[in-house]
Design a protein around this ligand. Structure first.
Ligand code: RP5
Length: 181
């Protein structure tokens, strides 16, 4: 279940889940079948200490809840929304239509069309209603993009983003060293 998954995530990282604090990012997905992909976004937010909330909200199965979620997101204090969906992936676009908050879409591969259907459904938004679309199944990048959006007005997050980039670079340098030994 979602709760178990989040608890496990917290145990792995040896902390209380930051869902206890006022969430700054909303992570939503069309189905619990999206969770194995979407938990990578949650892990990034945990790692950067960004409080977030997770919900299952479906454009097709729970349309009223989707509109309510999007319409109340800003007043509830959310600063960005990460929305994952597969197949006829209308959730990110419809949420973007119902809020002025930045929406990051994650095309989930889970269908017979290998995720290209999800990608096209999410990326092909009409002028005026943007969704920042990451690669198929790349929920980690959705988390990082949300941290970058919050970081534009949060120097502490920018510091952590720089640390992350430095560490990532050093890891690749080390692998390269290792290769030529
Ligand atoms: C979408 O349909 C969901 O986001 C999911 O990726 C896909 C399949 O959902 P389930 O039928 O597995 O619940 O709405």
């Amino acid at each position: 279940s979602m709760a178990e998954c989040l608890t496990k995530l917290a145990i792995v990282q040896g902390k209380e889940p930051s869902t206890a604090l006022a969430p700054r990012v909303g992570v939503i997905m069309g189905s619990d079948s999206d969770l194995p992909v979407m938990k990578a976004a949650c892990k990034v937010l945990e790692d950067f200490g960004v409080p977030f909330e997770v919900s299952i909200v479906s454009a097709h199965r729970t349309p009223a809840k989707m509109v309510e979620y999007a319409e109340t997101a800003e007043s509830r204090g959310l600063q960005a929304i990460i929305a994952g969906a597969g197949g006829a992936a209308h959730l990110p676009g419809m949420v973007a239509a119902s809020t002025i908050l930045p929406v990051i879409g994650v095309p989930v591969k889970g269908s017979t069309l290998d995720g290209v259907d999800s990608l096209h459904s999410i990326v092909q938004m009409p002028r005026g209603v943007p969704v920042a679309t990451v690669a198929i199944n790349n929920a980690m990048n959705a988390g990082l993009l949300a941290v970058r959006i919050l970081g534009s007005s949060d120097a502490s997050l920018r510091g952590k983003l720089q640390e992350f980039a430095d560490q990532q670079r050093e890891e690749v340098y080390a692998k390269d060293e290792h290769l030529r030994k």
